[in-house]
Each structure stands twice: as structure tokens, then as C-alpha cells.
Design a protein around this ligand. Sequence first.
Ligand SMILES: [Zn+2]
Length: 398
Amino acid sequence: MNFKSFGRSWPASQGSISGSIGGVCALTLTAAATGATLLGFPSPSDISAGRFLGWRASSPYAPPPASPWAVSLTYAIQADLLANQSAFAPGEAAGIVRDTLNLWTDAARGRVTFTEAPWSAVRNEGPAPPDQWEGPGILDWLSGAFPGTTPGWGANVEVFSVPTGFTITSQSLTFSMNPNVLGFTVVNRIGSRTIVSVDIYLNESFTWFDAEAPASASGGANENNQIISYDLRAVVLHEVGHAMGLDHPNQAVLNGSWNISPILFNPGDPWSSSDLMHSVYTGPRSSATLDEVGGLAIVHGWKSPVDANGDGHIDGHDITQVLSDWGGNISHPRGDINFDQVVNASDISMILTNWGAQPESPGDPANWAPTTEAAGPSTPIFRECYAAEHAPAAHRPE
Ligand SMILES: [Zn+2]
């Protein structure tokens, strides 16, 4: 069957039909390809129409400007983040958060950047923002330190640590830190396309460590190979992934959505527990994967990662791009197609495998339906991310 979407037909020829959910065929690729899922699990028809969530470079109600669709976000970190953790010196946890933001800038090939906000971290708490989404919290504002500003809900992305049992109410929805949850992320949005403010909460009742610190050879496990502490980089990377507009691939089909391949943007890829956005903690991580890089390309309508020179065609010009980045010490090299931090022959191999393709990102504004920017619900999306394997659920009672 063909599924008309993204302004073109998606053939079933990439794989065999392995199942049918809600009338949508799920395809299984014969290759070991896996894909990314978009935040809030938009339906295939919503994806086709460009109704999925991301940061928008211009006003909340307008499409992003023409390429380059660079997005500049502010962030703020709770001053005493994870201060109860013996593994971290004062300020060390905040430094790890900053590292992860830089890693996401890398994954976005430099198109999403983060700048520390001048004001304190502010929880998105209460029935509505004081006046606007971004801006100093009411206490900072009353102090007079930020003349000419309007009080708001702080920075675009904020990171806090709280204990199990912590509860917050945001726009009439109440969230709790459940005992087997390493963290949860609250995404405030306007309609079905626009993320406006994200709060990340880490569970300080767990024991945390930095897998990249010299004294962390245990990997967080004890002598019986049981996990006793959790890699802060892995979990913050994952939570910021939600802030970037990505969701849990292993929960996509259950929620009426699907996973989309990161190279040609084909729907119906399976999920993998090796994805950074897998809902369950799988051990230390130091980067996003190609699936997440492709997910960012979908969310923001960028060219496919394999279209290294960004001309819409996968051809010899992309090999030229790889060769020009070969071995170079540059930031965000587009020639690192598979995002393994090395520009080498495996990147050229991916060009050859996909030679002649002209992948279209569903996030390309050319594929959007015209008048749906503000349509859809505006209640926050809440994602919790798990310490141990169990059935996925949006909310569980204590
Ligand atoms: Zn998650």
C-alpha cells in the first residue's frame, strides 16, 4: 500500500508489513534501521500536515523563516542542583547540564544554540504565566535587577532537582515525581506546533554520578552488576531531547504515531533500546544517536543528515562535503553523517547506500498545511523517564 504523506507517497517497498494499528501499516525494515519519534506522538496525518512540536525561530504563530532555521534558546539551572549528591562538587552538576546542551547543539549541527539566562531558574508553576513565557521570575523582577523587562516563566529550558514525592501543578495539570522515575520533563506549548517553555526535573532521591569522571569505572553498578547510581549526562541528555521535540520511540506505535527514519524520513521504523530517547535508562551515554539527529531534522525541516551539502540531492556533492570535512577539527561537521564523531569512510558509505535519493523532511514548511499554527491543545506535555523496565504509562499512582 501507499500512504500519502509529506506531499508524496510513502511506498511499502522498504519492508514487509508487520502489523496494522488504527489502519496505519507498520513497516519493518529488513535493515537494522531505527527511527525517531516526535513529542506528543502526533498522528501520521498530523505529521503530514506539519502539526508537530518544535521551537520556532520567529513569532509563536508564524512558520520559521527560510533556511538557515537557527533557533537560539535561553536556559537556567537551579542554583543548588543535586547539591545532596556526594559524587558532585558544588556546581559540578550544573556543568554537566551545560555539557549536554552543547552536545545537543552538536546534534543539531549548530542550528540550535543555548545561552544562559541572566535570571534565576523559575518553575512553570500555577494556572498561567505571570505575563509571558520567557522573562525573569517575579522575585527577580521585583528586585529591580531587570528594568525594562516583563515578569515571565524564566528561561526557555530550565533544570531542577527535587525528591521523590515532589508535586507541581502547571496550568491545571498536576505532576508528581514517582519513586521509579529518574526525571520528568514538562513541555509548555502553544497549539500543536510551538514549544514555548520547558522544565526538567531530576529525581534527587536517586544516587547520581558522572560516567566521564575519572573515578567512575564502575559504570554505576555494584559488584553484583546491579545499578546503584545513574549517569547524570545520560538522563539530562534524554530529558533535553524531550525539550528538543522528541519522544520515546518505544511508545510511539502504542500511542498512534510511528518512528521515522533519520536518513530518508520514511515512516514505520522499529524502535531500539540503544536510542538515547528510549524511555528506560540503559546506562551511561555521552551523545545523541543518528536517530535523534534525524529527529531534529524532522522537527525543524532541515535537510537529511546524509544530504551533507544541503542541496536536496544525495550525490557526489555530498561526498565532496565529507572529503572537505575529513579529519578536520571543525565544529558540527556536516560530513559526519552518521554522527559517530568521526568523518571517515563510513560516512561516504551512507551516501553511496542512499545515492540518488531526494529526502523531504516533513518539517519543511513547504509540506505544512497553511493555517494550523495555533490549532490544537495547549496543556503541557508531561514525560517521565524510567529507572527500571516496566510497562510504559503516562501516569502511575504512588
Ligand atoms: Zn523520556
